[in-house]
Design a protein around this ligand. Structure first.
Ligand SMILES: Nc1ncnc2c1ncn2[C@@H]1O[C@H](COP(=O)(O)OP(=O)(O)OP(=O)(O)O)[C@@H](O)[C@H]1O
Ligand SMILES: [Mg+2]
Length: 263
């Protein structure tokens, strides 16, 4: 079994994880994980509960600092950079448990995710109020288009607390898209989603990917992983177990054992 196959030929590497380690006291949540993701891939990260998948996303996104190892975005070592700097570099992530602001509208929740607003630079409000207003209008249009794309437009002015679990996952996608990321980390986008919404989510991920956006996908829904991902890394107990196509890893006896052992 190949342990590190790398991105398909001809695709520039957008994300490299090199020997990432994260320790929490005596527990090593991520224990020497390396992988490379090429532009336009949908790269799966799977493994039993507690394998360290979300912690791996935390390390890539910069919300936790690694105990050892490096994260490179487009060849630049960002291991020491704060999460907001990585967002500015085109990295987006959704959360395993979405936490929209419950009393804000869907539109307001999506607008909060945008990058680099002129209006937030105080003096621009005095120096160029027209430009600030034009940017506000463009951002609103973009947020509404995203809500429409994710079938949430009719709820745009409702508070986020009215959403079902599945709709929250769709709102997460709208929120992350608002910042125009080049690489998106999706943490269990299908968890708790009904069959109809699942098809919508799969379809929308494909459509965004066809525009050149790279995805990392954590998902327990193996059918979804098989349909979307070209390559998959399996983790267990913090360690990399194997890497390959969805078909290759699902046949690997070590993977089957890891899932059965965790059950
Ligand atoms: N902030 C933290 N402090 C201490 N331990 C943590 C912390 N975050 C995660 N862990 C531990 O690290 C291990 C890996 O957790 P992680 O959430 O990354 O797993 P996961 O693969 O995402 O699991 P799941 O499929 O259940 O979401 C677990 O044992 C977890 O309890
Ligand atoms: Mg997790």
């Amino acid at each position: 079994m190949r342990s590190s196959s790398g991105p398909p030929e001809g695709r520039p590497t957008v994300l490299s994880v090199r020997q990432a380690v994260k320790r929490y006291g005596g527990l090593t949540a991520v224990d020497g994980v390396s992988f490379d993701v090429g532009k336009g891939e949908i790269f799966g990260l799977i493994g039993p509960n507690g394998a360290g998948k979300t912690t791996m996303f935390d390390l890539v996104a910069g919300s936790v600092a690694p105990s050892a190892g490096q994260i490179l975005l487009n060849g630049v070592d960002v291991s020491g950079e704060a999460a907001h700097r990585r967002i500015a570099r085109g990295l987006g992530r959704t959360f395993q448990i979405p936490k929209p602001f419950p009393e804000l509208s869907l539109l307001e929740n999506v607008l909060l995710a945008r990058q680099d607003q002129t209006g937030e630079r105080l003096f621009m409000n005095f120096l160029a109020p027209g430009r600030v207003r034009a940017e506000e209008a463009a951002a609103r249009d973009k947020a509404m288009d995203l809500l429409d794309f994710l079938l949430l437009k009719r709820l745009a002015h409702e508070p986020a607390r009215v959403l079902s679990g599945g709709q929250r996952k769709l709102l997460e996608l709208a929120r992350v898209m608002m910042a125009d990321p080049a690489v998106i980390l999706l943490d269990e986008p299908a968890a708790g989603v009904n069959a109809t919404l699942l098809e919508v989510i799969i379809d929308r991920i494909r459509a965004i990917n066809e525009r050149g956006v790279t995805f990392l996908l954590i998902e327990h829904n193996i059918d979804m992983v098989s349909r979307l991902c070209n390559r998959v890394l399996v983790m267990a107990s913090g360690q990399p177990l194997c890497e390959g196509t969805p078909e290759e890893v699902s046949r690997d006896p070590r993977v089957i054992e890891a899932y059965l052992g965790g059950a």
